[in-house]
Design a protein around this ligand. Sequence first.
Ligand SMILES: [Zn+2]
Length: 360
Amino acid sequence: MELNSALGNHTGGNILRLKEYPKVELHYHLDGGVRPETIMEIAEREGIILPANDLENLIKYLKVSDDNDSLISYLEKFELPIKCMQSGSSLKQIAYEAVVDSSKQNVKYIEVRFAPLFHIEKLSSAKEAVEFVLQGIKKGEEVTGTIARLILICLRDHGVERNMEVVELAGDFKDSGVVAVDLAGNEKSYPAKNYRELFKKAKDLGLNITIHAGEGDGPESVRDAIYLLKANRIGHGVRSVYDENLLDEIKLLEIPLEICVTSNFQTKAVHSLKEHPIRKLLDMGIKVTLNTDNTTVSGVTITDEFELMEREFEFTMSDFEKVVMNAIDSSFVSKEVKEKIKKDIQNIIYNDKVSHLTTY
Ligand SMILES: [Zn+2]
């Protein structure tokens, strides 16, 4: 008998609940996931004045409100954490905690991303910022067993020259934990075509490329990220649904989408949760992956996102298996490590299926 059919097609009776379910996260911003307690600790240590001195009120400055209505107000929530991420010790601590917090959600592999040029006020160089973050995620790996890699973010409003430093840095750290470069920021005002030279350099250096696109702008932005910048993956890509031909191309080219449902709703990349195209994209056979984007700013854990999928989009255990396998297949880690993580995850899922069967 097929294990899946014996188990039924829903998650209700499964032993492995969604928190324990093994996960892979590909789209996680370091500055969007800082623990509020850590902000208080760093502020105290470094003499940074906070807008509130108790946790309850401080959270209002770090997390978007339930009625957030734009990407602009979403991005305002990053000001305070970035202020507290300017020293080597703070970067290392926050990177370490990112891996620890993810491991508590049973994330087996995570790609953390950050923009080095935003974190150099108290450091001598962007290189130093990368080194401290790498130290933090490596310590997190050692302590938790969750494997972590780093993506360096280029900013659309920084222009090619400043961003070139980031791409070159990523090249320098390619064998020490940095696996890719990203492009983030205002898609509408700074189109992909401006950055062709930058991402050609990234490709020449052997780096992987993921591009935030189809979040603040429409399908053309996604198309340009794929064809002009040679993106291996797309961050969000949700507005691709306005162009059926583009969806077919994404499927044909097997371009993974790093989907972050709660964030997409908060930034109004989609107008309501119900309108989110994740179910359609998954059912079409597009390589959909599930991610948080910003755990603190969005106020979610990856488990919350899984539960949201079960509640609002009728995800079954086989859907969860699909998105987790999509994510590990789409990850930028070496082939060898990828195979190991994949095997570990498959064992956990298989053992759960077997233990579930034996309870009958
Ligand atoms: Zn993002």
